[in-house]
Design a protein around this ligand. Structure first.
Ligand code: MEV
Length: 319
């Protein structure tokens, strides 16, 4: 049996801006996806949180070929509808595309366990793709695993920047710019996640931001990029003050892009009025709000009406 596990991630800064070639800083968190794979007749996937799949290798591969064609033709609406038709369709896309990328038609049984809520800005799909490909591919190189995972991500999100895949594979904290990843020096710290309980779909939010008039969008992206440079220095030092200030400024930029929600805004305002910093993590449209504060237990009490959890940043990558 082959086993693998991948962390989820949070965006400290640069979501959406990274799609336009601006830098982003991401951190791997201590919430993971675990995959185990062993050879069997046919394809069977059992997952906690994503449903199950019973299929034949050829059916999975044929489905992945159809989805790949839709992606190549830029027919994202139909692509997303096919992939999200049912939980088993998503698993079929995952299995078929991984088999295509790895050049295998052998049957297998896979078990997936997750600690990461899907579609909530925590890199669930990158963590599932990476751990699945890594467990399925035996001794494939890190590059092969990353490339295959990113090809799977394209079926789920259209044109992902690759930042989620990069940080989940590498772990720690990373600077991601123009498809290049660099490990960052950082001081270990914790953050509070507040769930808005509203799921979002990355591909659709990215398309929504793309439709904003360039003259409005570009200055916002430039501002986020200049905050990213400041964030790079801030994560390397003790103390949360600078990070909190940047979070609050960037959250108003993200709100101006239309990807915040009323609930996100009211959580951020509670955090700000209690002396902390808060922002969306990832695509937005709900998901998790990430909060930094010198006293996270106290902040958690102030947010007692919400579902919250404390996570560690800068954790181990794909294993
Ligand atoms: C999604 O986690 C982050 C986005 O920047 C999209 C991407 O990087 O592909 C919104």
């Amino acid at each position: 049996m082959e086993r693998s596990s991948s962390p989820g991630k949070i965006h400290l800064i640069g979501e959406h801006a990274v799609v336009y070639g601006k830098p982003a800083i991401l951190a791997a968190i201590d919430r993971r996806v675990f995959c185990s794979v062993f050879p069997s007749k046919g394809i069977r996937i059992f997952s906690q949180g994503f449903g199950s799949l019973y299929s034949k290798p050829k059916d999975c591969i044929d489905f992945a070929c159809l989805l790949t064609k839709l992606h190549e033709c830029g027919e994202f609406k139909r692509l997303f509808a096919e992939v999200r038709r049912s939980p088993s369709a998503s698993l079929k896309a995952l299995a078929g595309k991984a088999m295509l990328e790895l050049g295998t038609e052998d049957g297998f049984t896979c078990k997936i366990k997750t600690q990461i809520t899907p579609n909530s800005g925590l890199g669930s799909s990158a963590a599932v793709s990476l751990s699945f490909v890594n467990a399925l591919s035996h001794n494939a190189s890190g590059k092969k695993v990353r490339d295959a995972s990113l090809e799977i991500e394209k079926l789920f999100h259209g044109r992902p920047s690759g930042a989620d895949t990069a940080v989940c594979q590498r772990g720690g904290m990373v600077w991601f710019e123009n498809r290049r990843v660099t490990g960052l020096k950082f001081v270990k710290r914790k953050a509070l996640l507040v769930k808005t309980k509203r799921e979002s779909t990355t591909g659709e939010l990215v398309s929504m931001v793309r439709k904003i008039d360039r003259r409005k969008r570009e200055p916002i992206m430039d501002e986020i990029a200049s905050f990213a440079k400041e964030m790079r220095g801030a994560v390397a030092k003790n103390g949360n003050g600078k990070i909190m200030d940047i979070f609050n400024c960037v959250q108003s930029d993200l709100r101006a892009l239309g990807i915040s929600t009323e609930k996100t805004d009211s959580i951020c305002s509670i955090v700000r009025s209690n002396g902390g910093g808060a922002k969306i993590s990832g695509a937005g449209g709900g998901g998790n709000v990430i909060c930094v504060h010198d006293n996270l237990r106290l902040l958690r009490k102030k947010l007692s009406g919400y579902d919250t959890e404390i996570v560690s940043l800068g954790e181990r990558g794909l294993i």
